[in-house]
Design a protein around this ligand. Sequence first.
Ligand code: HSE
Length: 298
Amino acid sequence: MFTVRVPATSANLGPGFDTLGLALDLYLTVEVKKANCDITVYYKENGEQSVNINPTDNLIIMAIEKVFTKAGQTISPLTLMVDNKIPISRGLGSSAAAIVAGIFAGNELIGRKYSTKQLMQWAVDLEGHADNIVPAIVGGFTTAMIYENEIYYQKLLTSHDFKAIVVVPDISLPTKQSRAVLPEKVALQDTVYNLQRACFLLASLYNGDIRHLNLAMDDMIYQPLRKQFIPGFDEVFKSAYDNGALGVAMSGAGPSIIAFVNDNIENIGLAMQEAFLNNSLTSKIYHLRPNETGVSIY
Ligand code: HSE
């Protein structure tokens, strides 16, 4: 038996659409046991075990199966015990975490045949974007690029002790729906706007210089189009900044909103929650830190 633990991730971080990502200390944990005849998946709910009826629809199983197939093998009977603390369809990389858990569990089950680079490639093939997958695997702040179908990434060294608040509204926003409103082409002006900020943001994170995160985390490409799905989006940003947040962005494809904070932390979270509530949306507040390790197996 072994356990795979994968962190939640926040992609884009404002200007870095499909590029930047951050691993956070909120986890999907999967205990994997070899079994005699069936594949069974249990999900823990409120501390209790409950059986998930259809393992064929399960992303973790699909990812395990992908590794077996690549190795020319058939998936073996298994029992999975899943404890998922990452909210689903909320822009915190829950599907990336499930895919990474399955890919790494599959590799473990077949005797660690494949390199991390190879496993990352398969995980990105299943997920479709690298910006959640890369930090879920390597941890920390990451920037990823794809060239001829191959993934290249850098993990940022940062000296600053970043703290994040993520406010997760009680509505789900599937990534597919959130991507459907984005245009094929983007104006040069907006591209330059985001490029300037993405580069500035990376340098700020690297230097631990938090002075202009509010400017550097702005975006002209996707947030203005996606915020129609998130009631109170502008008010939540305003309440975070009014209460001293350093930088604020839609987390991944939304609807969650991530704010980097230094002090007045409790109040910033509550003010953001209240802004959602003023728009008839309840939400949960998470106080998180970067996760530096990425996927771990023990
Ligand atoms: N970069 C992606 C998006 C994150 O914003 O659609 C979700 O995978």
